[in-house]
Design a protein around this ligand. Structure first.
Ligand SMILES: Cc1cc2nc3c(=O)[nH]c(=O)nc-3n(C[C@H](O)[C@H](O)[C@H](O)COP(=O)(O)OP(=O)(O)OC[C@H]3O[C@@H](n4cnc5c(N)ncnc54)[C@H](O)[C@@H]3O)c2cc1C
Length: 455
């Protein structure tokens, strides 16, 4: 009997080998940059017991194991050439109206969470993509459009069920295994065990308003500068993604856009007032501001992508970027080398702060409590693009990332995982890096859970 047959006999979930139906769908990373990484097998765990058996089996057989939730790791850490443990069948959702807490399976996608919580009109900070998994989002922190008011996804965590490296199952909370619980609040997915379930506290879903505003390219620096000023004094209920982007579409072969996507937990009249200084720079080509209940806002703010391959690099900055820095960003995006991916490339400032900043930095593993803006730099291409295009895009991104070191610190968001980041321990985890390493030594002393940026 081969090792794979033995594993198949142990578990209730489906084990797929290359060529089996569903193999590609369950074992591929979303980011096609890492499409060449082909697993030896994929186990879609049916329940937490399967996860424990798979961990024990992989350990005994010395087979490397990668944990796959929603599969969105920007660095492709949800796959490996060994066994991929697919958690997407661990997707049960149970809401308890008495406690206001919701318990969800470790592979639950955002779409299912929104659908399950809507009838109760309660929520907690959830991402804006249908298919991002709750595991990756929570374990890396989880910053969403309501986070300035309600905190991070990991701040809403009450407890989590974890299969440890030796196959034992524990529940971690503020009272039980508090160090492990602390590490699961922003210490990054895949590091300390396999989280088979999570319990979160919810709050009533807040109604509000949304905004999408677009300006022409010559206004880029002024809009970025003014929006930063607005966000530095904005109420916690207002969050915004301030972006400049270039794509290969358009009649002249290239399209550039300056955009603000905003979510305000207050009426549209207030949102219009908040945005007034930006609208005073120049009339936007488009400005949609509307009242929406929480669920309509979530649908409106939903992120869609052309897919393909992409790379993202980030810097977390505790202050705004000055005009010289903003000019660097705009000039670089203007010179994007191009690719066949309609998602193009760009730079975005996500406004953080508010409730995120009110949690002391040592209370959870997520360290970026003083960040006011997450600067995210991205580019994309397709699998059909020639190697020179891929090279040019990555060189462009690395040069821009290096240039931004002049005005933003070497601090990065682990959930926008950057496989090219040097000094990632410090950049992702700041002052919490040392304690995370201790938790790793205690809960996974042999480093069974490993990948290029494993704690
Ligand atoms: C379209 C899109 C929208 C996004 N929106 C947001 C957003 O609004 N806010 C935000 O903060 N981030 C956002 N992100 C980033 C996202 O949070 C991360 O990419 C996240 O890690 C993805 O989790 P996943 O489970 O989908 O991916 P995976 O690749 O499956 O997992 C990511 C990492 O976590 C590990 N992991 C996953 N689940 C578990 C588990 N249950 N137990 C142990 N380890 C696990 C994996 O091994 C891997 O290392 C977005 C990403 C995309 C692509």
């Amino acid at each position: 009997m081969t090792g794979w047959q033995a594993l198949r006999g142990l578990v209730d979930g489906e084990l797929r080998l290359p060529g089996d139906p569903g193999f590609a769908e369950t074992g591929s990373p979303v980011n096609r940059r890492f499409a060449a990484v082909r697993p030896a097998a994929v186990l879609s765990a049916a329940h937490a017991g399967d996860v424990a058996l798979a961990v024990e089996w992989a350990r005994t057989e010395s087979v490397p194991l990668a944990v796959r939730g929603g599969g969105h790791s920007y660095a492709g850490y949800c796959v490996s050439t060994g066994l991929v443990l697919d958690l997407r069948n661990l997707a049960g959702i149970r809401f308890d109206p008495d406690t206001g807490q919701v318990t969800v399976g470790g592979g639950t996608p955002m779409r299912a969470l929104y659908a399950a919580l809507r009838p109760y009109d309660v929520t907690f900070p959830l991402g804006n993509s249908d298919t991002v998994g709750i595991g990756g989002l929570t374990l890396g922190g989880g910053v969403t459009t309501i986070s300035r008011a309600h905190g991070l996804t990991c701040d809403a965590l009450v407890s989590t069920d974890v299969v440890l490296a030796d196959g034992t199952r524990v529940t971690a909370s503020a009272r039980e295994h508090p160090d492990l619980f602390w590490a699961c609040q922003g210490g990054g997915g895949g590091n300390f065990g396999v989280n088979t379930g999570f319990t979160f506290r919810t709050r009533p879903a807040p109604a509000g308003s949304t905004c999408l505003a677009l300006w022409s390219w010559p206004h880029a620096v002024d809009v970025l500068a003014t929006m930063q000023e607005i966000m530095l004094t904005a109420p916690d209920g207002f969050s915004a993604r301030i972006g400049i982007a270039r794509s290969s579409n358009g009649a002249d072969g290239g399209d550039s856009a300056v955009s603000v996507v905003g979510h305000h937990l207050g009426p549209s009249a207030e949102l219009r007032e908040l945005m007034a200084p930006a609208f005073a720079i120049a009339a936007p080509g488009r400005a949609d501001i509307e009242d929406r209940d929480f669920w309509a806002a979530a649908t409106y703010l939903h992120h869609s992508s052309a897919g393909g391959a992409f790379a993202v690099r980030t810097r977390c900055t505790p202050h705004e970027i000055d005009d010289a820095g903003l000019t660097t960003l705009v000039r670089a995006v203007d010179k994007w080398p191009g690719s066949g991916n309609p998602d193009g490339a760009g730079a975005a400032l996500f406004a953080w702060g508010g409730a995120i900043s009110r949690v002391p930095v040592a209370d959870t593993a997520f360290p970026h409590r003083d960040t006011r803006f997450l600067l995210s730099l991205d580019t994309s291409w397709t699998e059909a693009d020639p190697p020179e295009t891929v090279r040019a895009n990555l060189e462009w991104l690395h040069a821009l990332h290096a240039a931004t070191g002049e005005f933003a610190p070497d601090a990065a968001y682990v959930n926008f995982t950057d496989p090219d980041l040097e000094g990632w321990q410090r950049a992702y985890y700041g002052p919490n890096a040392g304690r995370l390493a201790e938790v790793k030594r205690r809960y996974d002393p042999d480093r069974f859970f490993t990948f290029p940026q494993a704690v």
